[in-house]
Design a protein around this ligand. Structure first.
Ligand code: PLP
Length: 425
């Protein structure tokens, strides 16, 4: 190869590489996160916490209530906001007493601590869980006969509940799960509705019909070329309406507004219009808005839950174990690998949001004890400062930190216990 060609090639390669070289994405906390950090430092917090921004939570509640179709009620999805205090705050902000519950120990906790709540099951419980609920109910002003609807998906399960109602001498209100297109179970045929209603009708002292629940989480999930969100919603509402129509055919004088016609969830709650067959809509996750809920219908909602965790170690450069200076080379090449941070805990279902430019290091690995992050030089972080991460979802991640750190608009912090998982039995 001629020397001139070689030189030209080398210049091009170096020039190209310089063009491809990333710029630093690091930036210090903005005023919002600096404010939260100073609250945590004033409180002497020295471990990872799940922080709830009460002001944003309230704004999200206002957005939700303003977006509901006219005259429809709101039901809180308890599993996505798993703390009696958090649910209590949402009740105060929205004015609802309705909760959707998914776990027997949560049911008993809510019956004890919020005895005037109205409960609807969000999934059909094994009859053993129903038995356990009554066994643990104890002294409370909560009356399952009027304040609780068990969710039932098949005639076989309805038979089980009938036996339990008979045995305990406790009448049960039954809400029937409809498959409106999600295909996660529930009634698919009008004939199944007839069978269930026949059984309820012939056992009026033990069972009563309380309404329907049809969850439409599939709406908006299909690629638009397969089916538009609008069409999916119309179809699922039409299925729902067909069950309501059958009910009306069978009982023309039935008082529909007294029934619970539940549906929707965070992904669809803002899509239902005044023509919806639902008379109440469920949602929970949108009020704290984990990353999975960064979707178009929820643009007006703000993230209101953050993991805050202390920085334990601040190291310059990137020093990877082993004889090869891979870390040094990597850090020399990529300005986003100039600093190394070890944090308290890690490896949660969450991604860092502040300071900007924190990156995990899959070559070094992941740790639930001391997770490594790298960044550029511009984060302005010190040891004992906090980094903030956004959970991808709330129902599991909110339960991983003990009491929630609820920060109000004045910067005061309250500890909100999370719902306990219960004991094995
Ligand atoms: C029956 C039912 N309704 C509603 C929801 C919506 O909950 P979220 O608003 O927290 O997404 C769910 C979530 O799984 C559900 O199972």
């Amino acid at each position: 190869m001629k020397r001139r060609t070689f030189l030209a090639g080398s210049v091009l390669a170096v020039g190209g590489a310089l063009l491809l070289r990333p710029g630093s994405r690091a930036a210090p906390h903005d005023g919002y996160f600096l404010g939260l950090q100073s609250v945590l430092q004033k409180q002497g917090v020295g471990h990872p916490v799940m922080l709830i921004d009460q002001q944003r939570l309230k704004q999200n509640c206002d957005t939700l209530m303003a977006g509901l179709p006219a005259g429809r009620a709101y039901r809180i999805v308890a599993k996505s906001l798993p703390s009696v205090s958090l649910i209590g705050a949402v009740m105060a902000y929205t004015g609802t007493r309705r909760v959707m519950v998914f776990h027997q120990p949560f049911m008993n906790a809510l019956a004890t601590h919020i005895p005037d709540c109205d409960m609807l099951l969000g999934k059909p419980m094994p009859v053993a869980a129903a038995r356990q609920f009554y066994a643990e109910l104890g002294e409370t002003a909560f009356h399952p006969e009027t304040q609780l609807q068990w969710l039932v998906d098949t005639v076989a399960r309805l038979q089980q509940y009938l036996s339990l109602a008979r045995e305990l001498g406790r009448p049960m209100r039954i809400n029937l799960e409809l498959d409106v297109g999600l295909h996660r179970g529930g009634l698919t045929e009008l004939s199944q509705l007839d069978e269930c209603l026949d059984l309820i009708e012939s056992n009026p002292e033990h069972l009563s019909f309380a309404g329907f629940m049809g969850y439409d989480a599939h709406v908006g999930k299909l690629p638009p070329v397969v089916e538009s969100t609008r069409t999916s919603l119309q179809k699922s509402n039409a299925v729902y309406q067909s069950f309501v129509d059958r009910l009306l055919q069978r009982y023309p004088d039935i008082d529909l507004p007294s029934l619970t016609l539940n549906g929707a969830g965070s992904p669809t709650v803002m899509l239902h219009g005044d023509d919806t067959p639902l008379n109440e809509l469920a949602a929970g996750s949108c009020l704290v808005k984990g990353i999975d809920f960064d979707i178009a219908p929820l643009t007006d909602f703000q993230p209101a839950a953050f993991i805050a965790t202390p920085v334990l170690k601040k190291l310059h450069g990137l020093n990877l174990p082993g004889p090869v200076p891979l870390g040094n080379l990597w850090s020399a090449w990529d300005p986003n690998r100039r600093m190394t941070w070890f944090i308290y805990g890690g490896y949660w279902k969450a991604r860092p949001v502040s300071p900007a430019g924190l990156e995990e290091n899959s070559v070094y690995g992941f740790s639930t004890n001391q997770m490594m992050y790298n960044s550029g030089a511009g984060t302005d972080l010190s040891v004992d400062d906090f980094i903030f991460l956004r959970p991808t979802q709330s129902e599991f991640v909110l339960l991983q930190f003990g009491d929630l750190a609820a920060v109000d608009s004045t910067g005061a912090m309250n500890w909100w216990p999370v719902l306990e998982q219960g004991h094995g039995r």
